[in-house]
Design a protein around this ligand. Structure first.
Ligand SMILES: O=C(O)CCC(=O)C(=O)O
Length: 297
């Protein structure tokens, strides 16, 4: 569904000005949005996943380990598809606290695509280079939205998710490096326009929530504090927006309608998107490429 059609529907959670900001700037932040009763449950579920990771000695398709990880001191960069690892995450992602919010920017019929939990353990070595999300999972239009929830909040030193304001209205950049590797990183020579005054670093207390347009240029620095910086990142789209490539982070829930009704017709936006590699046979994670800083997926 296109923004002009979404705007025909009343909002559930956002004010009209907040929704306008999302469409004009490519993001909107909601301080302390998720209530503590949910945050407590999400923390408990995350603690269970962290416990499971003690048995891991190397990164796999679910657990991305941070340097220094051990059974005694589990350190995670990311958990892929947390909703498939613990029921609390799926309950949360299908609760109106999330789906009504998604509906404000994708329209009343909402579809789930995938999710990640970026734990970003303290004193970590990894950030996320500047990139755009939609080239990794192209859809028939640009309705997909990532809703980021800081489970414990985020300080400026914890590597806040940072957005280039207005960049969703600009071009899509290549996510390949000069050797043809799919690195989900914008080349330095394509970033001359990105001056500090355009960067919005999203910080805030526990439950602070960010809606991020799928075309927006974003990234984050490593977490230099001791405490981890868990950020839960489910992705939703309009029900009439369809993925056109296999997902790099597959889930049995991909395509589930989590609010409203399925679509009979697809929505199309003909602006071009660079295609990712053919992932039918499985995804080669970015961290398997030579340069470890080139991590986004
Ligand atoms: O967790 C972060 O700080 C950034 C995450 C991100 O950009 C991504 O997962 O695509």
């Amino acid at each position: 569904m296109k923004p002009q059609d979404v705007l025909q529907h009343p909002t559930n959670v956002l004010t009209a000005a907040q929704r306008r900001q999302f469409f004009d700037k490519g993001f909107v932040a909601l301080p302390d949005y998720v209530p503590e009763r949910w945050l407590a449950r999400l923390r408990a579920a995350m603690a269970e996943l962290l416990d499971c990771s003690r048995a891991k000695t190397q990164t796999d398709s679910i657990y991305v380990l941070e340097e220094g990880h051990s059974a005694n001191d589990p350190r995670l960069h990311r958990v892929a598809s947390p909703q498939d690892q613990h029921p609390t995450f799926w309950e949360f992602m299908t609760d109106p606290v999330m789906t009504d919010l998604a509906a404000d920017v994708v329209g009343p019929d909402v579809k789930f695509h995938h999710a990640k939990l970026n734990v970003k353990s303290g004193k970590g070595s990894r950030g996320f280079s500047w990139h755009q999300d939609i080239p990794a999972w192209p859809h028939t239009d640009f309705s997909p939205v990532t809703i980021g929830v800081y489970i414990d909040g985020c300080t400026p030193e914890q590597g806040p998710l940072s957005v280039a304001e207005g960049s969703h209205d600009g071009p899509l950049f290549s996510m390949y490096d000069d050797d043809g590797n799919y690195v989900v990183k914008i080349r330095d020579r394509d970033l001359g326009w990105l001056t500090d005054d355009k960067i919005r670093r999203i910080t805030g207390g526990p439950g602070t929530t960010l809606l991020l347009n799928c075309r927006a240029v974003h990234g984050s620095a490593p977490n230099t504090e001791t405490a981890a910086r868990p950020l839960l990142l489910p992705v939703y789209s309009s029900a009439d927006s369809f993925p056109i490539t296999p997902s790099p982070i597959p889930s049995p829930h991909q395509g589930d309608i989590v609010r409203g009704l399925p679509a009979r017709f697809a929505s199309f936006d003909t602006r071009p998107v660079e295609m990712p590699p053919d992932w039918r046979g499985g995804y080669k994670p970015v961290w398997m490429h030579k340069n470890k800083d080139k991590v986004a997926y």
